[in-house]
Design a protein around this ligand. Structure first.
Ligand SMILES: C[S@@+](CC[C@H](N)C(=O)[O-])C[C@H]1O[C@@H](n2cnc3c(N)ncnc32)[C@H](O)[C@@H]1O
Length: 264
């Protein structure tokens, strides 16, 4: 098992526990796309369908081609959205090839899961019409205490043999992605933001991670090792992110944004 493989099983309910926080970067991304006349949009890595209403609100008349590699996520998206101008498909982004070019491709929190994702981004951007946009966001939090805690524990002899096949992938700096577009003569706006999420509950960081980055680890561990791993990780996370005097837990979360426009 490695991150981004089809074998990663997603749990839409757990993922959507933090829907407001997870959708915020998409709102900020869409804000920078200036294309009121778009008629064809693609959403790559659409997840459980939480992106769809935001895209629809912005482009009421566009068709939306929404794909995700996870059957669980697509099933949930179909069950939640009745929008007739959206098609949901189970597909790997690396095999995405629309029958005609689109005005806008958006992708929120997908590409960090995809091997060789800079190439996947360039390949997918070839399906954007002149004058259209390719806009994506990826987390840039690989060095955050949360991920360091996971990596440290995974390297512990108690778990390392079971977890040696789990691969993590890093996002690149915004300027790396920007250059991938600029040298192909696209216009680019790229930036990064650190959100400070205010979380509540006994182990909110663990809960957050178990909807995303922790899944490949938890799915790979034996049933016997899982509770021990979870207990130790919860303890490490409580130390790294102590509750504040206000009784909440703050999760600083860095994210990287790229909005590229293909010249017309
Ligand atoms: C963190 S979720 C993002 C969901 C949604 N876009 C959002 O903004 O909340 C990442 C999604 O990427 C999907 N994914 C991972 N690897 C993929 C691939 N190679 N091709 C297509 N989708 C993939 C997962 O199934 C998951 O639904």
């Amino acid at each position: 098992v490695s991150m981004g493989d089809r074998s990663t099983v997603w749990d839409p309910e757990r993922y959507l526990q933090f829907e407001r926080e997870r959708s915020r970067p998409l709102r900020d991304l869409l804000e920078r796309i200036d294309h009121p006349a778009a008629t064809a949009i693609a959403d790559l890595g659409c997840g459980p369908g939480n992106d769809t209403p935001l895209l629809r609100a912005r482009w009421p008349a566009a068709t939306i081609d929404a794909i995700d590699a996870s059957p669980e996520m697509i099933e949930r998206a179909k069950a939640t959205n009745t929008d007739a101008a959206v098609t949901y498909g189970v597909r790997d982004v690396r095999a995405w090839a629309p029958s005609s070019a689109v005005d806008i491709v958006v992708s929120n929190a997908l590409f960090q899961w995809v091997p060789a994702h800079r190439k996947a981004i360039v390949d997918a951007s070839e399906f954007v019409r002149p004058g259209g946009y390719f806009a994506f966001q990826v987390p840039g939090n690989q060095g955050a205490p949360s991920h360091m805690a996971i990596k440290t524990l995974a390297a512990d002899p108690e778990f390392s043999a079971e977890l040696e096949s789990v691969r993590t992938r890093d996002a690149f700096a915004p300027e790396v992605y920007a250059d991938d577009f600029l040298r192909r003569q696209w216009e680019v706006e790229a930036w990064e933001t650190t959100y400070v999420h205010v979380l509540r509950g006994a182990d909110p960081i663990f809960d957050w991670l178990s909807g995303t980055g922790l899944r490949p680890y938890l799915q790979t561990l034996s049933a016997d090792a899982t509770p021990r791993f979870a207990d130790r990780l919860k303890r490490a996370l409580r130390e790294a992110y102590p509750a504040t005097k206000a009784g909440v837990t703050l999760l600083p979360f860095r994210r990287i944004f790229v909005v590229a426009r293909r010249r017309s």
